[in-house]
Design a protein around this ligand. Structure first.
Ligand code: ME8
Length: 516
């Protein structure tokens, strides 16, 4: 039976244009989604926009536009981002859609029926930028701990009995040690919960732009309860008999930035427990891109639009750099100079060069046809090289799957680059141009091993740089429909090795050098 895999990005606020931070999370999810599809999983990959709340209402007012017209326009920029970054999402959810409103209200009702929602009144601090409540003791110099301005809020409010869930959450984290990743973040969450949970205000009455509370329409649902419900809306909730729900709930991974971990690792599981719903398998909190130490952010105004990087460096080059530069989970300082260096040394000089050299030699010496390696005994170097390149297990080996679900993207890429470097060294050591003079068969065997290495490298790179991998696979004779569907990771085995006699097309330049 095909395994299902449900992966989500956060739904982004439509208070402004998308930037590299959003592109980063979406590309990471895309890599994982593509990998899972190529490993035979049935994938649902969701992204979308978070369109309610005071922050969005305020941005619309500043733009002099009615909220609905404003969110329609800005949401489109996030939809465009999926095209700009070649994101393979299967669904795009907007919290202003009827399917979502129904789902968020359904979740509320379920939590209320189960006795976890009570009416009271709230008096405390609220930061519109974070859409979060803060206790007096949390403030630093009169601001939220995130640096956001706070305002005093006093109004009737429904409360969620979060205080009833502390022990249940701790028991859940204990029983599911991989629920929150990376581990350092898990520890932070555990200490936060151990510090004691207060009931959470989950409705507001002093603004209008949101989902009405079922049965008490003066109240608007707290935007975070509204937003988190999106993950359920997209699979058909509140209809738990819906095919999508049955197949895909609970989600396998919610990918988020570390700024919103608490909402996903504390509030969200508590809401789900309150509604008797199964909990997601994993929440992965990645780090921030910073510029001169400051988080890249719409609100701080230092944002770099993703499209600008794609235009200057290329699409796959940008995707590659984002996944390669920092271990997923850590922060990274963004620098265009580093981007140029990484693209040149790894994509242009390593992979690009390997493809160019090998395929040109096949054209020059073998008439553009994959030569045969038969009749040439493999020496130690050949054997060691092929062992590094090919995978012998029939299904995608579990350790590779785990590296993906643990989001070790930069390590996976480092390993693929090591194979490409090894292949470049193999050319230098074997020197096929010299072998040709001794015995053409020796040269042919070397070129065969190299073209097979390129095939495996291109398959492995598909999740990260899909367009460039497709170009390489096309040069190696893969058909259009095969490439469109993606070449499965199961084809990394020798059984699928490239056939001698395959016609190779002229090598096309893949990664032009970036001039500083
Ligand atoms: O928080 N570096 O939306 P948002 C890395 N609507 N990632 C970054 C980043 C940076 N500098 N800046 C943003 C919200 N991100 C809510 C989410 S989900 C139910 C509701 C990414 O538009 C990162 O994934 O502020 C972060 O968590 C997300 O964008 C925040 O997007």
């Amino acid at each position: 039976m095909t395994q299902n895999f449900y992966i989500t990005t956060p739904i982004y606020y439509v208070n402004d244009r998308p930037h590299i931070g959003h592109a980063y999370t979406s590309v990471a999810c895309d890599v994982l989604a593509r990998f899972m599809r190529l490993s035979g999983r049935n994938v649902k990959f969701l992204t979308g926009t978070d369109e309610h709340g005071q922050k969005v209402e305020k941005s619309a007012a500043q733009a002099g536009t009615a909220p609905k017209a404003f969110v329609d326009e800005v949401s489109q920029h996030f939809r465009d981002l999926t095209k700009t970054m070649n994101i393979s999402n299967d669904d795009f959810i907007r919290t202003t859609e009827p399917r979502h409103i129904k789902s968020a209200q359904g979740l509320w009702q379920r939590m209320q029926e189960n006795g976890f929602i009570i009416l009271g009144s709230y008096a405390g601090w609220y930061a519109v930028r974070d859409e979060a409540f803060y206790g007096e003791a949390e403030l630093v110099d009169g601001k939220a701990p995130t640096g956001a301005d706070v305002e005093w809020v006093e109004e009737p409010s429904y409360f969620f009995k979060l205080s009833a869930f502390g022990d249940k959450l701790l028991a859940f984290y204990e029983a599911h040690p991989d629920f929150i990743m990376p581990a350092s973040r898990r520890n932070e969450v555990i200490s936060f919960v151990k510090g004691g949970l207060k009931d959470l205000s989950i409705s507001r009455t002093t603004f209008k732009w949101g989902i009405p509370v079922p049965g008490d329409e003066k109240h608007i649902m707290y935007v975070w309860l509204d937003a988190l419900a999106n993950y359920l809306s997209a699979v058909g909730y509140p209809d738990t008999d819906a095919a999508g729900y049955k197949k895909f709930w609970p989600a396998n991974i919610h990918m988020v930035g570390k700024d919103i971990l608490r909402f996903h690792a504390v509030y969200w599981p508590a809401f789900l427990m309150a509604a008797d719903l199964p909990l997601p398998e994993r929440v992965f909190a990645h780090g921030w891109w910073t510029i001169e130490g400051e988080k890249v952010s719409k609100s701080l105004g230092n944002a770099i639009p993703a499209g600008e990087l794609v235009e200057k460096f290329g699409l796959d080059q940008t995707r590659y750099f984002l996944m390669r530069e920092v271990p997923f989970g850590n922060d990274g300082n963004f620098s265009r100079e580093r981007m140029g260096i990484v693209i040149n040394s790894e994509l242009a000089n390593n992979v690009g060069n390997l493809v160019q050299r090998t395929l040109s030699m096949i054209h020059k010496n073998c008439g553009g046809i994959v030569p045969d390696s038969q009749g040439v005994a493999k020496d130690e170097l050949d054997l060691a090289f092929l062992q590094k390149v090919q995978v012998t297990d029939k299904a995608t080996p579990e350790h590779i799957v785990t590296r993906y679900t643990d989001c070790k993207f930069n390590e996976i890429l480092a390993d693929i680059m090591a194979i490409a470097s090894e292949a470049n060294m193999y050319i230098d050591t074997k020197a096929p141009w010299k072998q040709k003079k001794i015995d053409e068969k020796l040269m042919q065997a070397t070129l065969y091993h190299l073209v097979e290495a390129i095939r495996c490298i291109a398959i492995m790179l598909q999740p990260f740089i899909p367009d460039s991998s497709s170009k390489i696979l096309t040069m190696l004779g893969y058909g259009e429909s095969q490439i469109k569907a993606g070449v499965s990771f199961n084809e990394l085995t020798p059984e699928f090795a490239i056939k001698p006699g395959t016609v190779i097309s002229e090598p096309q330049p893949l990664f032009p050098r970036i001039e500083s």
